[in-house]
Ligand binder design. Sequence first.
Ligand code: BV8
Length: 251
Amino acid sequence: MTDVVAFDDVLIKALREAKNVVFFTGAGASAESGIPTFRSGADGLWGDFDMEDYATSEGFTRNPKKVWQWYRDRRQDMADLQPNTAHNVIARWQKKASNVTVITQNIDNFHQDAGSDHVIELHGNIHQFKCLNDHPVVASSVNTLDEPPLCEICGSLVRPDVVWFNEPLPQEAFEHAEMFSRESSVFVAVGCSMDVYPAAFLPAFAASSGAYLIQINPEVSAFDKYAHTLRGKAGEVLPQLWLAVWGEVFS
Ligand code: BV8
């Protein structure tokens, strides 16, 4: 259990009086749900799987069935898991404050499952599919298949609708994420290594507009030198932050 975190009065005041708040989440926000992160600890996904083989379009072209099954297995693993307290506090914050935007690098849909609306998904969603020519595909018709089907419109391979390395982020999603980051008065990074771009540019957009920068992370990250760091796990720090800001126990 993370020790009780002592919050800086300025940080509490910034959150209490914030005009616009952005919660920017990475894999660490879902870690306490049981979803492995990518780079942290011994169980980081990229420690066991070569991102070149599993998270690039070239890897999918080389071995579509292997990549398809990796995402199917991740979906099936997630089916037994659920949002954790971090997702729940962020969803409640959105309802209480009404000026809160969630921008996530995660593809697990856990913010939406926790009740968050207005979630900007920078890297897509593991439960959505498209073909190689970007035609939409009905998820329920393919999500349990053992290998990628062919698009009924153009006959190309169907793939997960996620952003692989060296693929551009969805333009509208990134433009909205940049806009909300620039408009934020408080920018809270939750469980982000800040190693992956262009998502990791967002804190700089927030900072350029004078936002108060906070990060919640049990480990050192590339954001340490810029943010006010709450050193702890998201599912443990966020309910304490809720109590400190709103004066009520999160339950
Ligand atoms: C692109 C989806 C160009 C798939 C993912 C500069 C500018 C632009 C690009 C680049 C650049 N420099 C390098 C690049 C290239 C590359 C990149 O960033 N590489 C990195 C490795 C250096 N970027 C790209 O390729 C991007 N595309 O640039 O295209 C382009 C433009 C136009 C036209 C054509 C091409 C695409 C990047 C997206 C790739 N997709 N995932 C999938 O998930 O299967 S990336 C993957 O990393 C996930 O999305 C993940 O969310 C993301 C970021 O990682 P984190 O979320 O931070 O997770 P990580 O494990 O790293 O860290 C977890 C953190 O949580 C740790 O700090 C840990 O301490 C903490 N933690 C652990 N437990 C807890 C916790 N925190 C709180 N509580 C806990 N309990």
